[in-house]
Design a protein around this ligand. Structure first.
Ligand SMILES: [Zn+2]
Length: 318
């Protein structure tokens, strides 16, 4: 197989040839200049800054540019084992972890009104749709709102969010024993009509995305959160069990490389995929807003302006 410098540059931007027969350029994952090395013979690559590495097939797949490799057979001949190991692991089984049930803290009671949540845009209907409560029995949790995480009706953990002004207390005080990376908040809201889910990073992103979906009357769509900018096999498996067809990632503006990584993982698992991304709306500090900070008009615009993985790569990564 041969890839010309200009073909590589069409994906990675300008490259120069280093002293030990390597192309050197800007890393497509962490965007650090002059730290991305590709061996000109083996096409193995790595970044000296963020340590991402792999073979050329993995790279082109991550960047959505497998079209640069015209003939599969020649790829197989040239790459042998690498090809079998890392290319299109469609048949690979997802790793599943059964998450045990979890008990809410002693004294937990559901609430239907709260000043902090009202300030964050909760209206009466939100308290009906989204279960939230407090406990006054455990002193360390008194100042926290507790959001149970349910799966098939059973509680698997909870998110604890500080609801008063305090510099001494953590904003979130979530139980450490809960495997958040294996759970999806909001999954029980999926019903028979649901064919599309939107995934944000945190619960307030989820609430705000859901508000936008309701505003646009997208009744076939449900918003979830993945507790951070990662999607585990377990989380992907949960969505397969629910017969979801399409997944729209709506992560924070700083999550470009994560989005790129997981969108292709979802594609491998036969989901249709799109990306919502705020590259426009800024807060008072001049930073791009997370989905949870967008007002309803901004949210509607972001939801209506979706990117395919390919267009996203071209627009934000290269
Ligand atoms: Zn890098």
């Amino acid at each position: 197989m041969e890839l010309s410098q200009s073909q590589l540059e069409s994906v990675l931007g300008p490259l120069y040839i280093g002293p030990s027969n390597q192309y050197i350029g800007k890393c497509p994952f962490c965007h650090k200049s002059d730290h991305f090395y590709i061996n000109r013979d083996s096409y193995l690559w790595d970044c000296k800054k963020c340590s991402e590495d792999g073979n050329i097939i993995v790279l082109l797949k991550l960047l959505g540019r497998l079209d640069l490799i015209k003939f599969k057979e020649s790829v197989k001949r040239d790459f042998g084992d690498l090809f079998d190991d890392s290319f299109l692991k469609k048949e690979e089984e997802l790793k599943i972890e059964e998450v045990p049930d979890y008990s809410m803290p002693i004294g937990y009671k559901r609430i239907y009104s709260d000043l902090y949540l009202k300030q964050r845009g909760f209206v009466e209907n939100d308290f009906k749709c989204h279960e939230v409560g407090k406990t006054s029995i455990i002193p360390s949790l008194e100042k926290y709102l507790l959001f149970p995480i349910r799966q098939d009706g059973n509680i698997k953990g909870y998110v604890a969010r500080l609801c008063v002004q305090s510099n001494a207390l953590k904003r979130y005080d979530n139980p450490t024993a809960v495997p958040f990376g294996s759970l999806l908040y909001g999954i029980d809201e999926i019903n028979e009509e649901t064919d599309t889910v939107y995934i944000g990073e945190g619960i307030f992103d989820k609430f705000n995305i859901q508000k936008g979906l309701n505003f646009l009357e997208l009744d076939n769509c449900v918003a979830l959160c993945s507790f951070g900018k990662k999607l585990s096999d377990n989380q992907i498996y949960l969505l397969k069990l629910k017969n979801i067809k399409k997944i729209v990632l709506f992560y924070d503006p700083d999550a470009i490389s994560s989005i790129n990584k997981y969108i292709w993982r979802l594609n491998e698992n036969m989901f249709e995929t799109e990306i919502c991304f705020n590259s426009t709306f800024k807060n008072e500090k001049g930073e791009l807003k997370d989905p949870g900070e967008l007002n309803i008009d901004e949210m509607a615009k972001c939801l209506q302006n979706k990117y395919s993985p390919f267009i996203f790569s071209r627009k934000f990564i290269i």
